[in-house]
Design a binder for this molecule. Structure first.
Ligand code: MN
Length: 366
């Protein structure tokens, strides 16, 4: 429990530097990171108020009482029943503590309806976005966090190997996604870290596709992009498989992406800018004539959120440091034909980086 208090103290330092009197945490990775309590957002108001001075407290529905007490180190719980008005209760608590006209940083993912209800009832509050006062703390992962991300990475590697052995032409994308979810939960994951992408044939050229009714066909590329959560920590990996024999063009594009991904991994080391990784990867794809088909940044940070700082893009000035965790995931997408993406998560080490995904990157024909 001590590390939660350390995190809160670090957060309070950032709050002081930014003249913020308190934060409002909504069910999110931020709430989990500070309080130890993890749940999904819902319509019932469930917030943690962390004042810069004084005790933090929860305003929470009664039905969460045992769960919160089991998971958090925070002692003060203001509980409400379904016949109470939680916003009035929040108002009373803040007024009682002299915080009803303070400056609060609000969890960026908080639902607008709830935030607007608070703002209406407490018109003197100065509500601002959380910005980076908490995301800065999450940027460098502790050894325990790295171990959990590594475990999460092993789960998805296992799923990729299971897919390679079990899928065949004729299955629908949705069937493949169902198989993958079952395989990840069987390996101890709480579930997917985002909607599983199973893009076959022309759908493989849609970077943020999900999974549909199309049947896998010979001559398809199949992009599998997915992650699992393990104790709240995310993984994220992408592999591209061939259903039946691929064309010469498909093989050529596959190799360019595979080489670009390898270059990205080899470029990572402490002290360089995140943008240098993006540049190295993009240069290889551009030099091979496919620059305009690589339509997104090279990667994103990952931890309790599947997308967080640091972003690996051409405009990112973030200097890489040991303990940062992010993806390297170049892709080439040829509309109406096929797409290829290969993605691993890496953690920056003293010398370079360590891959958290180790399933084969060789072109597999199933
Ligand atoms: Mn990713």
């Amino acid at each position: 429990m001590d590390f939660y208090i350390t995190r809160m103290n670090e957060l309070r330092k950032n709050m002081k530097q930014n003249d913020i009197d308190g934060v409002i945490l909504f069910p999110s990775s931020n709430q989990y990171y500070i309080t130890g309590f993890r749940t999904s957002p819902g319509e019932r108001l469930l917030v943690t108020i962390v004042p810069c001075e004084g005790e933090p407290f929860f305003i929470a529905p009664k039905l969460y009482e045992s769960q919160i007490k089991n998971e958090t180190w925070i002692k003060e719980l203001v509980l409400w029943g379904d016949d109470d008005n939680p916003y009035e209760m929040l108002k009373n608590e803040l007024t009682k503590r002299g915080l009803d006209s303070s400056k609060f940083a609000v969890d960026d993912t908080m639902w607008a309806a709830q935030l607007l209800s608070i703002a209406k009832l407490l018109p003197n509050l100065n509500l601002v976005s959380m910005g980076n006062i908490l995301s800065n703390l999450k940027l460098i992962k502790s050894q325990e966090e790295i171990d959990m991300i590594r475990s999460s990475g092993k789960i998805v590697d296992g799923v990729v190997e299971a897919v390679r052995k079990n899928i065949k032409a004729g299955m629908t994308e949705i069937e493949v996604a169902a198989f993958m979810e079952y395989e990840m939960r069987k390996r101890g994951s709480e579930g997917p870290s985002f909607e599983i992408i199973v893009g076959s044939g022309p759908n493989s050229a849609l970077p943020h596709y999900s999974a549909g009714e199309r049947n896998l066909q010979n001559g398809d590329f199949l992009v599998l992009d997915f992650g699992a959560t393990y104790k709240g920590y995310c993984s994220d990996t992408t592999r591209t498989l061939a259903i039946g024999e691929p064309s010469a063009k498909m093989k050529q594009v596959y190799n360019i992406v595979k080489e670009a991904q390898e270059i990205g991994v080899k470029t990572v080391k402490p002290g360089i800018k995140a943008s240098e990784v993006d540049e190295a990867v993009r240069k290889h794809i551009t030099d091979n004539g496919y620059g305009e088909y690589f339509t997104h940044r090279t990667g994103h940070g990952l931890g309790l959120e599947v997308h967080e700082e640091p972003y690996i893009s051409g405009i990112s000035d973030t200097i890489l440091e040991p303990g940062m965790v992010f993806s390297i995931e170049p892709g080439i997408y040829i509309e109406g034909e096929f797409g290829v993406r290969i993605e691993d998560i890496v953690v920056v080490t003293q010398e370079g980086c360590e891959r958290m995904n180790n399933s084969s990157r060789d072109l597999t024909i199933v």
